[in-house]
Write a protein that binds this ligand. Structure first.
Ligand SMILES: O=C(O)CCC(=O)C(=O)O
Ligand SMILES: [Fe+2]
Length: 222
């Protein structure tokens, strides 16, 4: 590297940052390819390990401080608490809530842009929440699109538990039409993505507490 480029080098253009960006771009385009080919995608190491660890620590701290609330089923005035259907506790992510959340939201914005460029989906917004499933909690088979609101288009779940084993249970079970079910274990850094209106899925109970961020890219209302 010559002197001039040394002088202008900043953190953003360091070889590591450029390599991270290139890796991120590859992971994004790979996961969009599988979304198109099979209607869903699993991408390991989608989050860099330090980011996934920071988000896990934040989710755990919020849980321990009692800041997560039982999640409801349905939307608006029709929303109900139904622990027989879903047993997770959630907190919606906001810009500025922590550096880790902001880094995560920036990554999701790159994914949104890439989805729009490849698939012309017109995704305009992203909403997401931390989810904490205490041991034994589950979420019965469902679609992510509400009956009275068709804006949710692509669902993305990011997992935050290190060292998850098959024996721990807690898989995301996908039910693709006319195909065998697929189980995705909630291992830290892993991402699952699918079309919100099309793919039935459920969360199986686990023998340990399970942490994730579930999010949805939305189109503008018609
Ligand atoms: O945590 C998961 O694996 C999926 C969660 C889910 O289906 C949802 O929150 O709608
Ligand atoms: Fe879901």
């Amino acid at each position: 590297m010559n002197k001039a480029s040394d002088d202008t080098a900043s953190d953003d253009t360091s070889p590591n940052a450029i390599a991270d960006l290139a890796t991120g771009t590859t992971l994004i385009s790979r996961s969009i390819d599988s979304l198109v080919e099979q209607g869903w995608a699993q991408q390991d190491d989608f989050l860099p390990a330090p980011l996934s660890a920071a988000l896990a620590a934040e989710c755990l701290a919020l849980t321990e401080r009692g800041q997560l609330k039982f999640a409801g089923v349905g939307r608006g005035a029709a929303q109900q608490l139904r622990p027989d259907i879903r047993g997770d506790r959630i907190q919606w992510l906001k810009h500025g809530q922590s550096p880790a959340c902001d880094e995560y939201l920036a990554l999701m914005d790159s994914l949104r842009t890439a989805l729009n460029q490849s698939l012309y989906l017109g995704l305009e917004e992203y909403e997401s929440h931390f989810a904490y499933y205490p041991t034994g909690a589950f979420y019965q088979k469902h679609l992510d699109r509400f009956r009275d609101d068709d804006r949710r288009t692509v669902s993305v779940v990011i997992y935050l538990n290190a060292d998850w084993q098959a024996a721990d249970g807690g898989a995301l079970r996908l039910h693709p039409q006319d195909k065998p079910t697929e189980d995705i274990l909630p291992l830290a850094g892993r991402m699952a993505m699918f079309m919100s209106a099309d793919l039935l899925h459920e969360v199986l109970p686990a023998t340990r507490d399970r942490m994730s961020i579930a999010g949805w890219f939305r189109r503008r209302a018609n």
